[in-house]
Write a protein that binds this ligand. Structure first.
Ligand code: ADP
Ligand code: MG
Length: 613
């Protein structure tokens, strides 16, 4: 018998590994810049010749390496960044595989010059095709310079497959942008064939974006910011009107690492829906921060893919926070709508860990003998419930008629009270219902017209979605359990969304065969609505079965919001009108209904004035 298996010599193994890590000059650029960042550098200079085919040189002012490390770093699996497998779940560095330098040294002429701050002398090593050619002490500044010359010199096939200099340079610039955007506090320089392409001083993210993409970018940026216990979202989106025909500036960073993720991209696109044409791509620079243990970035050797534990929740929050920013941006110039921190969390994730005891809200203005407060049965759905009324500086829009600050301070400072709590005198003429369909209210410089049905859909949709995801909703016990009968398949649909329905306050005693027995319902509902509501829900779900649970939550909230929202033709008293206004503008996306219908319009004073010229 002849033994056929033999271990590959190191330089062959390294060459094979290099195939995975180094596809083109840009891959070298990426790995070397990332190493410089990991070495805590504050200034990094990249010099390339012939799009990196002849030379890639990176100089940093980071921590440098000892003589031993300078030698060791070219060994495969030589890394200072992880020691044990568990470290993989708590990564704070870009690199961790210890493969990059070994791979690069296997397929190029490499020169390393490095010195640590505490050492008198540095180390200068040259290495070719994994073989060390020379090593000597040298007088060097602190930091590291690596030169990578003649990439793929020993693999002609790979070298021949490189694209034109223009294309390869494009790839290098892409990589350069990605790292430079992730680290605005680090100075970066890029020089190609002796021309300085980018000279980026250390600054903040906004300025970094402007330095890279040009001064005119400034006016295009809209900030995005959201913080929840599972993800912190920050960065900028490009205003919809500046979207591009070709995929332009689209950047996701997870824990400061550039990633590609089509699911998250979809969340952004969904947030822009209705605002840009379908053939135009939105631009964004979005940073997500999550617990390192909640992601897996190890599924791809060049580490641009990422997998999240909480993908659906992150999708929902990303979409909501972008919509929120877009919404604010849309109405901000006219309404002077101040951003309030309390509304920053899409579906109240921030309260998830610290749940307060439910507070029963009492409408202290309620007077059963005062005809004005007689409630139409339908409007119960937005009067009660555990959704707090927030005014969101809406008051500021009413300048003159609003009582002075002192007066405001006199108010009961319990959160969630709308301005309708103020004196009777102020209440008059604050808003007006028109045709039992629109609510009109004066603004500083115009008039806002709210569509009561669409606005209420928006309010209920957000409230329901919040309850479904946060599971905080209150139930009211029914005196007698409600027995409902549906077809077998319909009961199965109820079963499918049982959890979501329970989250919003339903209590099921039984879901079997053709029967559903309910003993508790959400506080926002009345018993007589239940049967119809569930029927409509079943119909909606059957018509458009969403695949993911997020889609299902969304559909459920939409379906119920549609059915529960106060209809046109229903008269609303002044309290209800103002409650509607307050709650609409406390919404994440007050501008559109869940079905993309406008919820309000503003007619400016100018427009009025023009009518009288
Ligand atoms: P990894 O980054 O995955 O650890 P590399 O092959 O890229 O693997 O680098 C190997 C090691 O060399 C690093 O862990 C680090 O200790 C050292 N190193 C590489 N580049 C630099 C640098 N620019 N400054 C200081 N140390 C470096
Ligand atoms: Mg590395």
């Amino acid at each position: 018998m002849v033994d056929k298996i033999q271990l590959l010599p190191d330089h062959v193994a390294n060459q094979i590994a290099a195939g995975e890590v180094v596809q083109r000059p840009a891959s070298v650029v990426k790995e070397l810049i990332e190493n410089a960042i990991d070495a805590q550098s504050s200034a990094i200079t990249l010099i390339v010749k012939d799009a990196g085919k002849t030379l890639i040189q990176i100089t940093d002012n980071g921590i440098g390496m000892s003589t031993t490390d300078a030698r060791l770093c070219f060994e495969r699996h030589a890394t200072s960044k992880i020691k044990k497998a568990e470290d993989l779940f708590n990564l704070h560095t870009k690199g961790f595989r210890g493969e990059a330098l070994a791979s690069i040294a296997a397929i190029a002429h490499v020169e390393l010059k490095t010195k640590q701050a505490e050492d008198e002398l540095g180390t200068h090593i040259t290495i070719e095709g994994s073989k060390v050619q020379s090593q000597e002490p040298a007088v060097l500044p602190q930091g590291t310079t690596i030169l990578v010359k003649n990439l793929f010199y020993n693999i002609p096939a790979r070298r021949n497959f490189l694209k034109s200099n223009t294309v390869e340079m494009r790839h290098i610039i892409d990589e350069f942008h990605r790292v430079a955007l992730a680290h605005p506090d680090v100075e970066f320089n890029l020089i190609h064939n002796e021309n300085s392409l980018f000279n980026l001083p250390a600054t903040n993210l906004r300025q970094r974006i402007i330095h890279i993409f040009g001064k005119r970018t400034d006016e295009k940026l809209v900030p995005v910011s959201e913080e929840t216990p599972i993800v912190k979202i920050s960065g900028f989106i490009i205003k919809p009107e500046y979207g591009k025909k070709s995929r332009g500036e689209q950047f996701f960073f997870v824990n400061n690492r550039f990633v590609k993720n089509s699911y998250l991209h979809h969340a952004v696109t969904a947030a822009f829906e209705g605002l840009i044409k379908s053939d135009v791509h939105p631009g964004y620079f979005i940073f997500l921060e999550v617990f390192p243990e909640s992601i897996d970035i190890n599924i791809h050797p060049t580490k641009t893919e990422v997998k999240f534990e909480d993908e659906h929740a992150i999708y929902a929050m990303l979409r909501a926070s972008i919509k929120h920013s877009l919404g604010q941006f849309n109405i901000a110039p006219v309404l002077d709508f101040q951003h309030k921190k309390e509304f920053d969390t899409p579906y109240d994730y921030s309260k998830k860990q610290d749940v307060n005891a439910p507070i029963i809200e009492v409408d202290r203005n309620f007077n059963p003998f005062q005809s004005e407060f007689k409630t139409v049965s339908q409007s119960k759905s937005f009067k009660s419930g555990n959704f707090k009324t927030e005014t969101a500086n809406w008051e500021a829009l009413y300048t003159d008629s609003v009582p002075d600050d002192k007066h405001l301070d006199d108010r009961d400072d319990a959160p969630g009270l709308g301005f309708y709590e103020k004196t009777e005198e102020n209440k008059v003429n604050r808003s007006l219902q028109f045709q039992n369909k629109y609510i009109l209210a004066p603004l500083k410089n115009g008039l806002v017209l709210i569509h009561q049905h669409f606005a209420h859909q928006r309010i209920l949709y957000e409230e329901l979605l919040k309850n479904i995801t946060v599971k905080e909703a209150l139930s009211q016990q029914l005196l007698f359990p409600l027995n409902l009968y549906f077809s077998k398949p319909d009961v199965e649909v109820i079963q499918k969304v049982r959890e979501q329905l329970e989250n919003i306050g339903f209590i099921f005693l039984e879901i079997t065969g053709e029967k559903v027995v309910i003993s508790g319902i959400p506080v926002m509902l009345v018993e007589s609505q239940i049967s119809k509501l569930l029927e409509e829900l079943i119909r909606d779900i059957k018509e458009d079965v969403p695949e993911e649970s997020f889609g299902l939550n969304d559909m459920l909230a939409k379906s119920m919001a549609k059915n529960l929202a106060v209809k046109t033709g229903v008269s609303l008293n002044i309290t209800e009108q103002e409650d509607m206004i307050n709650r609409l503008f406390a919404c994440k996306e007050p501008t559109v209904s869940p079905f993309n219908k406008p919820t309000f319009r503003i007619v400016s004073l100018d427009e009025f004035d023009k009518k009288f010229i």
